[in-house]
Design a protein around this ligand. Structure first.
Ligand code: NAI
Length: 270
């Protein structure tokens, strides 16, 4: 059900690869709520993904940009303002990739070139995106910037590998940049810490099926889906959350504050 929560707002959405992507669901919901945006992804992902379909459904233009390239990001920000006819109100960073995970390298056997690349894509890119927006003075006052993260930043999940460290860095960047964006431009910056979700990035984590089933049993409200995550992000882009900033917001059905659930205990009492 749409409420026109984002009527008249403009933004950029990073990371819609296919219809399972959290960014894809978010783009659909933003459109429903009256927001208009530019879609962007890495040039390579454009060839693999179905982003054209999403663009036509949401009357959006696509600008390819590698989120690790300052040059690409500068162009993206300038062109987006031209296309959308003004400064921006919201930005979604929905980007993650670990080369160590992809190549099956264990956390105790990292190849550091892979580590650096994964950190650049998954974590430093958030700083690069915000610095490009900041320097171009591209955000309207009371705008909102959101990045997606995972609880492995706080607690150890062995197979999450170096993405845990990348997420810890990403969350720290949200706080640090959130200070300056708040002070200077009245823009808020938050991370949403989402339940395990069956997407291309999610399913890349070893043991994902067992892990998502475990999280479902542990969470009093059940796992948050990609569609639920889109709804939550809409609230953060809307004017109803203007004073929420520099936060890591758990969106996980209660998983992060549950020690153990009755269902999990019962599994061990059988
Ligand atoms: P996804 O695989 O659909 O999205 C990841 C996106 O990152 C893809 O669109 C990919 O093309 C993009 N990307 C990779 N390298 C890039 C680069 N150099 N420049 C620009 N874009 C690049 O998977 P999902 O799950 O929707 O991931 C979105 C975000 O949600 C990520 O930050 C992920 O870590 C986070 N997240 C995912 C969870 C899950 O279980 N799926 C749980 C918690 C957080």
């Amino acid at each position: 059900m749409a409420h026109n929560l984002l009527k008249g707002k403009r933004g950029i959405i990073f990371g819609a690869l296919d219809e399972n992507s959290i960014a894809w669901k978010t783009a659909e919901r933003v459109y429903e709520e009256g927001g208009r945006f530019v879609l962007t992804n890495a040039p390579i992902a454009m060839r693999m993904g179905q982003i054209n379909e999403l663009a036509s459904k949401t009357e959006s233009e696509i600008i390819p940009a590698d989120a690790t390239s300052e040059e690409d990001l500068e162009k993206l920000v300038t062109q987006s303002m031209e296309i959308l006819g003004g400064k921006l109100d919201f930005v979604l960073h929905s980007i993650g990739m670990s080369v160590n995970v992809r190549k099956g390298r264990h956390y105790t056997d990292e190849k550091y070139d892979f580590t650096t690349k994964g950190w650049d894509v998954s974590a430093l890119s958030f700083h690069k995106v915000m610095q490009s927006l900041y320097k171009a003075d591209a955000m309207n006052e009371w705008g909102s910037i959101v990045a997606l993260t995972y609880m492995a930043a706080q607690r150890t999940f062995p197979d999450y590998n170096d993405m845990a460290d990348n997420k810890a860095y990403l969350e720290s960047v949200a706080r640090s940049f959130g200070y300056f964006f708040g002070k200077e431009k009245k823009v808020r910056v938050n991370t949403v810490s989402q339940s395990p979700t069956p997407t291309t990035a999610g399913k890349g984590v070893k043991g994902f099926d067992g892990f998502i089933a475990y999280a479902e049993l542990m969470s009093p409200l059940g796992n948050a889906t990609a569609a639920d995550c889109a709804d939550y992000t809409i609230s953060l882009f809307s004017d109803l959350t203007r004073k929420v900033t520099m936060q890591n917001l758990f969106h996980d059905g209660g998983f992060s504050n549950t020690g153990v659930s009755q269902e999990v205990i019962e599994r061990f009492s059988e």
